[in-house]
Design a protein around this ligand. Structure first.
Ligand SMILES: Nc1ncnc2c1ncn2[C@@H]1O[C@H](COP(=O)(O)OP(=O)(O)OP(=O)(O)O)[C@@H](O)[C@H]1O
Length: 638
C-alpha cells in the first residue's frame, strides 16, 4: 500500500460515492490517506489500475499544474465500472484458446434472421423474437460478442499523419464514424492564431456523445487534408461532404474550462428566427422559437449563445394560435440514427440567444426605433426626462387609468427575454383557484365576458368588489356594488400600497385592493378581475398566481359588424352613446399595441369577435385552467 508516498506528497483526503474513505478492504481503519483503496469492497480492485493509482502522487509532484487532469485520472482509475470491465477482460485473456466462438458475425446473422421473419408477425413466437432482436441492448450485446470473437480489444488509432509541425507538441487524432447526422459542433476562425477552432459542442450531438472533441480544439486536418487558412464555411462544406470514417487531426485545447451545464426550463418572452439573425455563428445550429414556447437551457456557459432543447407544451396557451408543435428538425438533426434499429439518438441542443445578447439586441432596436421617430436635435440632453412636478404626474396617472387606459410604462425598462418556469399540476380536488385576469383595451368586452363567465357558474366565480370614495347612492349596499370609504382613508391606503390599481374619476377615487382579491381566493372561488395593465406588476405574483387572458379585437371590419349591429356602447357611464366607427378604430389599434407590448404576460388570448363564441371559448378555457398541467413562473407551483 502506498500511503507513505501519498502523505509525503501531500495528497488530500477525498471522498467518493458515499464511501467513508477511511477503511481498508479488510475493514481496518487506516490512519493515512487511503485514496488508492477500493470503496467497493465487493469489487476486487484491478492490479494494473492499482499500480497506476499508486503512481499518481509521483505524477502529481512532477506536474504541479495538472491537478484537474490527475484528479480526473484518479476518479477514472477508481471507477467501479472500470474495475468490472478489467475483470471481464482478464477472464477472457485467461481463457483464451479454451473457448472458441461459434461465429464472429452475430450482428449480420441477427440482421438476416430479422429480415427473414419480419413479415410473419401473426406467429407470437416470431413477434417475440423480432422484439428481442430490435432491442438496443441485444444489438449492443451481439456487437460486443463479435468484437470479442475477433479479439478486437484495442482501440484502433490511425498512425499520426505525416507533416505534423515540429512545434506541435500535442496532437489529438480523432476518428469518428459519421452518418447523415451532422457533427453537432460549431467552428470559428481564431483571428489571432489563424486557426479554425471548435467554438462549441452542441449538447447531445454526435461530437458531444463521442466525448472526444472539446471547445477550443484547433482543427488542423480533415481526412489528411490540411485545413489551416481555410474559411470556416469551406471546412463545414468538407465535413458535410464526407460520410463514414472522418479523421480529424486536432491540437487540443489546454484550457480546463469544463463549462457550466444547466437544466433550466424557460418560457420564451420573445420570438427568434435564426435565419434572420446576422450574428448567429451557425444558422443551421439555431433553434427557432415563438414567444411562449418552452425551452430547456442545457448549457449557458457562452455569453452570447446558449444551448437549448425544445420542451413540449402541456396545454395550448393561445386559443387563437395553434398549439406550438415541435419544429421539425432540419437536415442537421435527425431524431434517429439511420441503421440503428430504432435506437433513439438524443436530439442535439441548438443555439438560442443568451439573455444578455437578446437584451443588447432589443436595446439597439429600441434606440433605432426612437431615433427614427424623433430624429435627434441639438437640444438639451434632458429632453427625454422633462421635469414634471411629482404631484402633477401622480394626478395624470390616476386620470389616465380611469379615463382612457393608456399604456403604463412600468415594464419598459425590463426587456423580456426568458422566464424560468416549472410545471404546475392542479391537484384534485382543487382548493385554491388561480384568479382569472382580463386584459384588453377599454371597450373590447372584458366586463361583458367576465359577466358571462360568472353567469355560467355564479357560485364558483366571483368578481372583486372595488373601493370608492364617492357617496353611497340610496339603492346601493356597502360591500355589494362598492366598498365605501372616505377619501382620506382611501388616500392613506393608496400610500400604504394596499391597492393593486386606483384612479380618480369625476372627483372620486376608485380602486381594487389586494386584500379583496385574496379574500375571494381564500373562499375557494375563482376571482375574476379586469384591471388596467399597470396593475399587472402587483397582481402577477407567486402569492396570487393569476391566469392572464388577453381579450383581443378581431380586426376593424369585424368590430364594425359585431358592435355597430348591437349598438354596443362603453359601459363605464350610463349615458354614453353607442360606439362610433372612430372609437372602434381606436379600440382595434390599441388592441394591436397592447398585444405587441404586453403579450409576454398573457397566458391565453381570446379574440372577441362573435360574442357567443368568445364566451364559449372562455368558459372552456376556465375549466381547463383547473384541470390541466401548466407551465408557470418558478415558485408558483406549490
Ligand atoms: N363580441 C361583441 N359583440 C358585440 N358587442 C360586444 C361584444 N363584446 C362586448 N360587446 C359590447 O361592447 C360594450 C363594451 O363592452 P365592455 O363594457 O365589456 O368593455 P370593457 O372592455 O369592459 O370596457 P370598459 O372597461 O370600458 O367597460 C358593451 O356594450 C358590450 O356588451
Amino acid at each position: 500500500m502506498l500511503t507513505a508516498a501519498q502523505t509525503k506528497h501531500g495528497a488530500r483526503p477525498e471522498k467518493e460515492h458515499g464511501g467513508d474513505g477511511t477503511r481498508t478492504p479488510s475493514g481496518r481503519r487506516s490512519r493515512t490517506m487511503p485514496v488508492n483503496l477500493p470503496l467497493f469492497p465487493h469489487v476486487k480492485i484491478d492490479t494494473d489500475a492499482q499500480k497506476l493509482l499508486v503512481a499518481l502522487p509521483t505524477l502529481e509532484s512532477r506536474l504541479p499544474n495538472k491537478e484537474p487532469e490527475i484528479h480526473y485520472l484518479r476518479r477514472f482509475l477508481r471507477n467501479r465500472n472500470l474495475h468490472l470491465i478489467l475483470r471481464i477482460y482478464r477472464q477472457f485473456r485467461a481463457r483464451q484458446g479454451s473457448i472458441r466462438p461459434a461465429a464472429d458475425f452475430a450482428v449480420s446473422q441477427a440482421a438476416d434472421v430479422y429480415c427473414e421473419i419480419r413479415y410473419r408477425i401473426e406467429d407470437p413466437q416470431v413477434r417475440e423474437l423480432l422484439g428481442i432482436l430490435s432491442k438496443p441492448h441485444m444489438q449492443a450485446l451481439l456487437f460486443s460478442h463479435d468484437k470479442v470473437a475477433c479479439e478486437d480489444y484495442e482501440p484502433r488509432i490511425d498512425p499520426v499523419p505525416s507533416g505534423a509541425g515540429d512545434d506541435e507538441t500535442i496532437i489529438k487524432i480523432v476518428r469518428l464514424i459519421k452518418n447523415n447526422e451532422p457533427l453537432g459542433a460549431t467552428i470559428y476562425l481564431n483571428e489571432r492564431t489563424g486557426c479554425v477552432e471548435i467554438a462549441r459542442i452542441l449538447h447531445g450531438g454526435a461530437a458531444y456523445r463521442s466525448g472526444l472533441l472539446n471547445a477550443g480544439d484547433e482543427i488542423h486536418e480533415i481526412n489528411g487534408e490540411p485545413v489551416r487558412g481555410l474559411e470556416p464555411d469551406k471546412i463545414v462544406a468538407m465535413l458535410s461532404e464526407v460520410s463514414g470514417s472522418v479523421m480529424l487531426k486536432l491540437v487540443p485545447c489546454m484550457r480546463t474550462n469544463i463549462g457550466r451545464k444547466t437544466k433550466l426550463k424557460v418560457r420564451c418572452l420573445f420570438s427568434f428566427d435564426p435565419g434572420t439573425d446576422e450574428h448567429i455563428p451557425c444558422r443551421e445550429a439555431g433553434l427557432p422559437f415563438k414567444m411562449g414556447d418552452i425551452l430547456e437551457i442545457v448549457n449557458d456557459e457562452d455569453a452570447t449563445w446558449w444551448q437549448a432543447l425544445r420542451v413540449e407544451e402541456p396545454v395550448p396557451t393561445n386559443t387563437d394560435v395553434p398549439v406550438p408543435v415541435p419544429v421539425p428538425h432540419s437536415r442537421s438533426a435527425p431524431a434517429t440514427t439511420p441503421g440503428s434499429g430504432g435506437t433513439v439518438t438524443p436530439v442535439p441542443a441548438r443555439l438560442v440567444p443568451s439573455k444578455h445578447y437578446q437584451e443588447s439586441v432589443e436595446v439597439m432596436r429600441r434606440v433605432k426605433l426612437r431615433e427614427a421617430r424623433n430624429p435627434p436635435r441639438s437640444i438639451s440632453p434632458c429632453r427625454y426626462s422633462p421635469k414634471i412636478p411629482k404631484q402633477t404626474r401622480l394626478r395624470k396617472t390616476m386620470y389616465h387609468i380611469v379615463q382612457s387606459g393608456v399604456f403604463s410604462d412600468f415594464d419598459t425598462d425590463e426587456i423580456p427575454t426568458y422566464e424560468e418556469v416549472e410545471l404546475y399540476r392542479p391537484k384534485q380536488p382543487l382548493k385554491v383557484f388561480r384568479p382569472i385576469i382580463f386584459i384588453g383595451p377599454p371597450g373590447i368586452g372584458r366586463n361583458e365576458l367576465k359577466r358571462r363567465l360568472k353567469a355560467s357558474s355564479p357560485q364558483h366565480f366571483e368578481e372583486v368588489v372595488p373601493y370608492t370614495s364617492r357617496e353611497k347612492r340610496p339603492h346601493e349596499e356597502d360591500g355589494k356594488e362598492y366598498n365605501f370609504l372616505t377619501r382620506e382613508d382611501m388616500e392613506s391606503q393608496i400610500i400604504a400600497q394596499k391597492f393593486v390599481e386606483y384612479g380618480e374619476y369625476k372627483g372620486n377615487l376608485y380602486g381594487t385592493s389586494l386584500e379583496s382579491i385574496k379574500s375571494v381566493i381564500q373562499k375557494s372561488k375563482v376571482c375574476l378581475l379586469a384591471p388596467h395593465t399597470q396593475a399587472l406588476k402587483f397582481i402577477r405574483t407567486a402569492e396570487l398566481r393569476p391566469y392572464i387572458i388577453f381579450i383581443k379585437a378581431p380586426g376593424m371590419e369585424r368590430m364594425k359588424y359585431t358592435r355597430l349591429e348591437q349598438h354596443a356602447r362603453a359601459t363605464h357611464t350610463e349615458t354614453t352613446p353607442p360606439f362610433s366607427a372612430e372609437e372602434l378604430r381606436d379600440i382595434t389599434e390599441m388592441s394591436a399595441k397592447m398585444e405587441e407590448r404586453y403579450s409576454h404576460f398573457f397566458d391565453a388570448v381570446i379574440v372577441n369577435d362573435d360574442l357567443h363564441e368568445a364566451a364559449a371559448a372562455l368558459i372552456k378555457l376556465a375549466a381547463k385552467i383547473e384541470r390541466e398541467d401548466q407551465w408557470v413562473p418558478v415558485g408558483w407551483a406549490y
